[in-house]
Design a protein around this ligand. Structure first.
Ligand code: C2E
Ligand code: MG
Ligand code: MG
Length: 581
């Protein structure tokens, strides 16, 4: 359904215009539709006072949700938000021939009780408002699309070209002088030297928002200021656009930290526009290294800092190099890996302690690269979750799991459910449910045999919303990694899970003390009372098995019983377990 179709449908169902517009976008933007209705009702109320068409106020709300103007501390975003609202209003006026009040569009004033009676009686809202709704939705779609494209560009390092300082020729000259100065500094073994690379977060937005001229002014301001901060032991260079490099000698770490803090302070704003700098710092250890390499290390640290939410500066660590190479390798090879079937489904058995029997398995992906060998999920999943490619990998594994279930069913084995992991990435929309349904239909398998594992995280709202849908569709839902960090008992209340999978770390922690053991015992008892299934993950020792069995947790998955294995191997194991071999 398109946004407009959704909005019109909502209006037919009796929702008013502002609810219909917000409702048409809410879910895909990650908002609970019921909450969105409540908020848009307030917006509608405000609109009635001012007489402005409710579609407009609702659209402002959608823009806020889509473009993220929720940080009241961020003045730049606030101004950006205002600018976008103005832009929206101008387009609306243009397309509606200047009509922006409810009275003009509807012919009656919704705030007047007499008018409202006529509107209701004659069903004017669904008759006359769809035009305003259609205009609003059209503009919203354009603005959101444009914003997303720009965000993508922003993520792409190569597009930072705006506001170059000086021409290419003077740049070469400057670079030569700069290199000479740095070489001289490095020759003096007495001096500690650090490379500091920094750029401005969201610089492209500043350019967009205030114009390139303003962007140039910002850069010029930084450029001029850096000149005053540099001396015979400190040099700087504008590498490109908003990217700067400072190489400095320093006496102590405190002094270096103070200098970075000073840069932050000096460049915290320009003409009241807030700037946020991101720093990567490389402390020179090996002076025989090429200067270019030192620069690269500062750059790697800056790029890593860019991905961090909690800090805006990072010192180079050896692991960044590895991480960066791994990331590059994954991004460059993931597509071919799907095409060439390098991803494989491994299965790890789940056992019942009391019956000493396989009661299911978890599907775990493995990437077997022809040159690099086995790549483990912890290496590549976070990266493909970031770029969205996880969807393709999961779809592949789900299909494999469904095929495996079919293979078992064909031999009369219908009591070995396979659980698959559902990345959080899927929970943004309902596409994954359709994919699962299709797999189940195509293979003609029993839905109860394909179980879904979802990991809880800090914000469980999406999970709760989707879990309800999944449950309505009749799937079995396992809460993965329970106790690993974000667990809250609220999730148990709000989300209809069927089974808790106790996380390995949680169990290890709990088993280490008497108090922990007591907690574990009560968690098991609580799960029983709530009629939840329970399974302990990462069980490695005989002692753990004995303990779990004693407190009443009968199902386990872990190296003690078996490691994840190729599906063929698991199939053989299952056949033996079921006495079919
Ligand atoms: P998970 O879903 O919690 O899977 C359990 C992990 O614990 C697996 O790691 C498994 O090999 C490991 N494990 C099992 N028993 C033991 C044990 O006794 N000791 C220890 N130390 N570890 C044990 P793996 O396969 O490396 O997967 C790591 C995580 O990557 C998984 O955690 C899951 O979150 C994710 N993952 C794996 N395959 C997929 C997939 O196909 N799709 C998605 N979306 N995520 C996946
Ligand atoms: Mg799992
Ligand atoms: Mg787990």
């Amino acid at each position: 359904m398109t946004h407009l179709e959704k909005a019109v449908q909502l209006q037919r169902d009796g929702y008013h215009c502002s609810q219909a517009i917000v409702g048409a976008f809410a879910e895909e933007l990650g908002y609970n539709i019921k909450d969105a209705f409540k908020i848009s009702t307030c917006f509608g109320g405000g609109m009635r006072e001012g007489g402005i068409c409710g579609c407009i106020t609702a659209s402002f709300m959608v823009l806020g949700m889509a473009l993220g103007f929720y940080d009241p501390q961020d003045k730049a975003l606030e101004m950006y938000g205002n600018k976008k609202a103005e832009e929206f209003l101008a387009l609306f006026k243009e397309r509606m021939n200047g009509d922006i009040t409810c009275k003009k569009i509807l012919g009656y004033n919704i705030a007047e009780p007499d008018d409202l009676a006529v509107i209701r009686q004659e069903g004017l809202m669904p008759k006359l408002c769809p035009r305003a709704m259609s205009v609003c939705i059209g503009i919203l779609e354009e603005m959101i699309r444009e914003y997303r494209t720009r965000e993508e560009e922003l993520a792409d390092e190569n597009v930072e070209e705006a506001g170059d300082m000086g021409s290419a020729i003077t740049r070469v000259d400057k670079r030569r002088t700069f290199m000479r100065s740095v070489t001289r500094l490095l020759e003096d073994e007495e001096k500690n030297v650090a490379f500091i690379q920094f750029d401005i977060r969201r610089f492209k937005i500043i350019n967009d928002l205030y114009g390139e001229k303003f962007g140039d002014q910002v850069l010029f301001f930084i450029y001029e200021k850096l000149k005053t901060l540099c001396n015979e032991n400190r040099f700087f260079m504008n590498l490109r656009a908003d990217l700067f490099l400072v190489v400095t000698a320093y006496e102590s770490f405190e002094e270096l930290d103070d200098f970075i803090a000073l840069l932050e302070k000096e460049f915290e704003s320009f003409k009241k526009v807030k700037l946020q700098l991101i720093f990567g710092i490389y402390i020179v250890e090996d002076r025989s290294m090429e200067i270019r390499q030192m620069e690269d290390r500062a750059a790697m640290a800056r790029k890593s800092a860019k991905r961090e939410a909690v800090t805006n500066k990072l010192y180079y660590q050896e692991k960044f190099k590895e991480l960066l190479y791994t990331r590059k390798f994954i991004e460059e090879n993931m597509k071919a890996a799907i095409a060439e079937k390098q991803f494989q489904m491994y299965l790890q058995p789940k056992y019942s302690i009391s019956q000493n029997k396989i009661v299911g398995a978890e599907a775990l992906v493995r990437w077997i690269h022809p040159q690099r060998g086995m790549v483990y999920p912890n290496e590549f999943i976070p990266i493909i979750e970031e770029n969205g490619f996880i969807r393709n990998v999961d779809y592949y594994i789900w299909e494999e799991a469904a095929r495996f279930i079919k293979k078992c069913a064909d031999l009369g084995i219908n009591d070995c459910p396979i659980s698959v992991n559902v990345s959080r990435q899927h929970l943004k929309d309902t596409e994954f449910i359709h994919v699962l349904m299709k797999d189940i239909d195509t293979m003609g398998i029993d839905k109860s045999l394909l179980e879904l594992e979802i990991t809880e995280t800090a914000d469980n709202y999406e999970i709760t919303r989707m879990a309800e849908l999944i449950k309505e569709d009749g799937f079995t839902l396992l809460m993965d990694d329970f106790g690993s960090g974000y667990s809250s008992l609220n999730v148990l209340l709000e989300t209809p899970f069927d089974v808790l999978k106790l996380d390995k770390k949680f169990m290890d922690n709990m088993m280490a003390s008497k108090k922990g053991m007591l907690i574990l015992e009560y968690v098991v008892a609580m799960a029983k009372k709530l009629e939840l299934g329970l399974l302990a993950e990462g069980v490695e020792t005989k002692e753990q098995v004995a303990l779990l069995s004693e407190i009443g947790c009968d199902r386990v998955q872990g190296y003690y019983y078996a490691k994840p294995m190729p599906q063929e191997e698991f199939f053989e194991k299952l056949l033996t377990d079921r006495g079919k071999k």
